[in-house]
Write a protein that binds this ligand. Structure first.
Ligand SMILES: [Zn+2]
Length: 252
């Protein structure tokens, strides 16, 4: 059972160990509204989240449409609450998201039966701000890992929710990723002195130096420089690194 952990007052982290990797979401409680940042992989992952919301108005935010981030929504006793995401995230609910669910339901019978895909109801292109009462969550499009990736910045607390745009030991880079755009956006956050804490969906929480380490890796991949990956990579990240080396860019 996923037990949310308090990270600081009014901010809880939802951390889940999947067989292949771990994933992390968040719950932000404002005076009037509460945000669930990603609903993770399965409705049962959200069982202990609803009680945290304390009858505040619920807003769900999807960091992107990958399965480990958006499959738990009905576990929040989902009614008609707004689900905010970047416009490309909504589009993926008609393309790859149902395909992935069907694949997993076929290869692992019984395991994913309770999952229902719940599409975003409110989309934005570049930026969107949510006033929760005493605390703000600013969402920004940051494509690269997928076309619909976003980050969420909480200025009052100096916290950047990085989703899958930042990861340890390195992010997953599709072959046609717009790496120039990804790097430019991360450079902006790396230089933003308001950011004290970076909370990614995968890998340890850290300060802004985590952004610098990801930038160095992304730049080396883009520039086809020799990379010495960290030793002792597990199978998942060894495969990820081998895949990342196949990067050719949007035109390639
Ligand atoms: Zn992920």
């Amino acid at each position: 059972m996923l037990n949310p952990k308090m990270f600081r007052p009014s901010l809880w982290l939802t951390e889940l160990e999947l067989p292949e990797f771990a994933v992390r979401g968040a719950v932000i409680i404002g005076q009037h509204r509460a945000v669930v940042w990603d609903t993770l992989s399965h409705p049962r992952d959200m069982a202990l989240v609803r009680p945290l919301l304390d009858n505040k108005e619920l807003i769900i935010v999807y960091s992107h449409a990958d399965w480990d981030h958006v499959w738990g929504t009905v576990g929040l006793d989902y009614g008609e609450e707004p689900i905010v995401a970047q416009a490309e995230c909504l589009a993926r609910f008609s393309t790859d998201a149902p395909v992935t669910l069907q694949k997993k339901q076929t290869t692992e019978p019984g395991v994913w039966d309770e999952v229902v895909l719940v599409t975003p109801t409110l989309t934005f292109q570049a930026e969107y701000a949510l006033d929760l009462g005493g605390v703000t969550l600013t969402l920004q499009h940051l494509p690269g890992h997928t076309e619909d990736c976003i980050v969420g910045f909480i200025p009052e607390w100096g916290i950047l929710l990085a989703g899958d745009t930042i990861e340890t030991p390195f992010p997953i880079i599709p072959r046609d990723s717009p790496l120039d755009q990804w790097i430019m956006a991360l450079q902006k956050w790396a230089q933003d002195e308001r950011v004290q804490t970076v909370i990614p969906a995968h890998g340890p929480i850290a300060d802004r130096t985590l952004i610098e380490r990801n930038l160095a890796y992304l730049q080396a991949i883009r520039d086809h420089q020799a990379i010495q990956p960290p030793t002792n990579l597990d199978d998942f990240y060894q495969e990820t690194h081998d895949g990342n080396l196949q990067w050719r860019g949007p035109e390639g």
